[in-house]
Ligand binder design. Sequence first.
Ligand code: AHR
Length: 909
Amino acid sequence: MQIYLKITKKEYALYLFIYILYKFAKEYHYFSNYVKTNYSMKKNNIFTNAIIVLFLNLFFCPIHSIIAIGYNTRNHPDSVYTFVYHYGDPHSGLRIAYSIDNRYWIPLGNDYSFVKSDFGSWGPFKTMYNPSTLYDNGTWYVVWSVANNINQFATTKSEDFWIWKPQSYPYLYNSNSLINPILRKKGKKFELYYKTNDNNYYVVFSDDFNNWSDSRQINAETYDSVSNLKSIIINGKEYEGNINKVPYSTINKLIINVDNSQTRNALFNESCRDDINRFKNIESISGVLDLTSNIKPISSNLIGIFFEDINYSADGGLYAELIQNRDFEYNEMDRKEWNAKSFWETDSSTEFEISEDKPIHTNNRHYAVISSPDGFATLSNNGFDGIVLKKGDEYDFSFFAKSISKGKYNINVKLIDGDKVLAQSSFKVKTTEWKQQKAVLTPNSDSKNATLQLEIQGKGKIGLDFISLFPQNTYKSRPNGLRQDLAQVLADIHPKFIRFPGGCVTHGNGLENMYNWKETIGPLWERKSQFNLWGYHQSKGLGFYEFFQFCEDIGAEPLPVLPAGVCCQNSSIGGHGQQGGIPMDEMDDYTQDLLDLIEWANGDPSTSKWAKIRAESGHEQPFNLKMIGIGNEDLISDVFVERFKYINKTIKEHYPEIQVVGTVGPFFEGSDYEYGWQLAKDEKIDIVDEHYYVSPGWYIHNQDYYDTYDRNGTKVYLGEWASRSNELENALAESMHILNIERNADVVIMTSYAPLLAKIGHTQWNPDLIYFNNSEVLPTVNYYIQQLCGTNSGNNYIYSNLQIETKDLNGNLITSDNNPVQKRIKQSVVLDNSSGDLIIKLVNITPIPATLKIILNRYNNYKTVFLSTLAGEYNEKNIKPTYKSIDINDLHQLIIPSYSFTVLRLTNN
Ligand code: AHR
């Protein structure tokens, strides 16, 4: 209903004036409150404010919305004070608080640690003391003391206090330590004042915050006069730190980053445990999967494996040798309590010494010297927790011996289980030169816990070394080969490549421990064993020849990865983390070793020295190496960058056809990721290796992670990844990630789960893909995802639409954007050109089965569908896929079970 009032023009003008006056009074009240409550808003005088309000009213514009806009863009302080501090605990890292008035301080992000020290070996050894912070010209600079007895300190910088430059640890040349640093800038020069542990005072200078001058001694007064430490009370506790003034926008971005990261972390921590609540209103799920005719080529090498000697994966694992410490090279570097005699037993009358005099080879310096007063000695070895033998199988026994006291000896070799002799053979030893002798032993019954025993008859001293027992039944019957059952379970994944030999094992604990491929080829007793940084021994019996051979045997591309001239940033040996790399003047030789590897793998034996060595080992034909990894999730420090660039450039100059795989740190974000990617772009690196071990929730909430990656630049190899357990929930989250990667497999061209193998009772890392003991192989549920994806890969991605309909308990359609089902059912469709098969993969991470209609459109000429399903309760561990054929018409109404991964392979066979 409308009411018309008849009024004169004069009356209208009067009413309008009264209305404006009323609005003015009302809005002015709002406005002045905003002014009062926000320090930063320019305090206009009353007259100006009145004009503004009147102006706004006259244009009939609601004033609060104008003020709200102003609030976002203008109504904040120009700058704020920041207080950068530290809890005092050396592991706690750098905190920041801000204040408008330099009195009331607001800490950012509930205990959020913005920078932690990377100095020192892994974990608790990484220390930060007394950080000093400077904000200059848009950049934060921080230095800290790393210990009170080390002539080094730590530096880093950042433009946003969020992404930090990988840390540097400059040396001090004239002083023995640095404590209580004070960082200042005078003109263009950085000045770093500090104390030492012997109570002296120094200053060093730098023009670029990278290169620091020699220290100059100063007196205590000078040091005190520059001190800029302030004490501030935050949440009732007093801290010391530095105050700087920064633009408000800087802190605002940080607030947003911290908020985002906290919100994201809450999301990433979700678990199927909460599904009862999450899906409590949902009754049914149905949907239509519609294949489009949009198609793009993708990598057909998506699923590979990454082998690292961790968790006893090599010796005592995949490498089939049955004798532990066969070469008497175990030592306390492997493990404190180990030595050359470890894992060897003698009886009470046997004298057992270790000698280094005239060894078989300089790389194999220790050997056993055995004697006994009564001329009967024994030496036995129980292998890696017992030797498993199979009745009727043949085992190659071999050993080196020499007579030291010029006597003659009979050696009886037995395989025993308790009192039972399962097989035996005897030998004579006469010469004073090393001689290898061999026999084939065939056990007369099975054993799970056999022992190899040598009975030595004869007076005097005998030298024994390299005592080996090797099954002939290895994978593809290779001598010095791989344990049949373990190799088979790897081959069953149908991996398209193998990355080896590590991980951390590649870049090693200290420069001396970096993996040297040349020490791993040739006769076994000439190979150089090493300590394994995972706390045991690497015999190198499984060396580069064996790795390459295995790749060939299972049709996988070899991807050897070697250090970038730097050791692991978490090293405890030779410094404190990544202190330095191979000196630059030795990098030529080091890089030559890498070029030699390419030559060894691909060269022509008639013209190439290294190819000839390969041929002499038994492989005349080239291995056809196509890629080489340089570095493993290294700190992208200046030291690393300089060496990496040098290696990359040299490889490309000599072998432009070889793809170099670089590295972008151990996380999916952060300094190494950012700076690693920057380096990849600057240097146009072919491929980079990303690593992340995250929760299932991360995969669910990062489905678009690769969607925005540059299609035309460096490609991605997701070289190490996993979700953090071996329950079905984890495996399904991993499968969802693979499906999202398939959509992005024009950029992400390879992936490998990590770690691969773990011997029960000897694990340093959990979860792993395949557990085993001496006689059993126990693939995890995560393994079956890798296997199902590895055996169902394609080389063309077909875009498809999955329209999901969810109904609530009343049968009503749920239309909300927050419907939890949407993110937890995913599909991927690929075409495999070689077989012509169409492969549809579906994952359902909900407790509700989904009924799907699959519309194939132009892909409707298939006859048969093979259905593989991995399904169960979300927290189950021991489930295996089931397989069956279904009718093509069943795709009109296909039930995808709750908590399941499904592969449909459409074929004409
Ligand atoms: O996969 C286990 C370890 O994880 C690897 O050695 C290392 O690269 C990563 O930190």
